[in-house]
Design a protein around this ligand. Structure first.
Ligand code: MG
Length: 165
């Protein structure tokens, strides 16, 4: 088994969509970034790559590469899953925490879990997404940005044939 941790931050700005866990969330601010700036999915990808010691998303999907301008982070997550399978790993579970003062995310979490379960090819009860505020403190508390943590556990592929593309 292997454990991995990922962390990411994106700045909140006007005139951008707010996309978290592949869900477009109605809000007057959105996250700034080269891709869709889905900070939770970025933390998750870094946790997955970290557990497998396969580098980080900056090396696999450089933010100066026009190919990734406006890219769907769920699509990039699918590519990370391919890399893991090729390296002989499968996901046991993933646990994410979103740090955001606003908006309230509770109602969107079931859809985020469904999105991750679909793209990662695991049951939805292997995926946890939680949200918290930081009580008005720091850059998340003052709504300058949103941060996310992810922790994942990988296992060696039970059926190595699953790793063949
Ligand atoms: Mg990022």
């Amino acid at each position: 088994m292997r454990i991995g941790h990922g962390y990411d931050v994106h700045r909140l700005v006007s005139s951008r969509k707010l996309i978290l866990g592949g869900v477009e969330i109605p809000h007057y601010l959105g996250l700034l970034g080269h891709s869709d700036a889905d900070v939770v999915t970025h933390a998750l990808m870094d946790a997955l790559l970290g557990a497998a010691a396969l580098g980080d998303i900056g090396t696999h999907f450089p933010d100066n590469d026009p190919a990734y301008a406006g890219a769907s982070s769920l699509t990039l997550l699918g590519r990370v899953m391919e890399l893991l399978r090729q390296a002989g790993w499968q996901v046991e579970n993933a646990d994410m925490t979103i740090l955001a003062q606003q908006p309230k995310l509770k109602g969107h979490i079931p859809q985020m879990r469904q999105n991750y379960a679909r793209v990662m090819g695991v049951p939805v009860d292997c995926i946890s997404v939680k949200a918290t505020t930081e009580e008005g403190l720091g850059f998340t508390g003052t709504e300058q940005g949103i941060a996310a943590h992810a922790v994942v556990l990988l296992q060696t592929l039970k059926n190595p044939a699953d790793g063949e593309i």
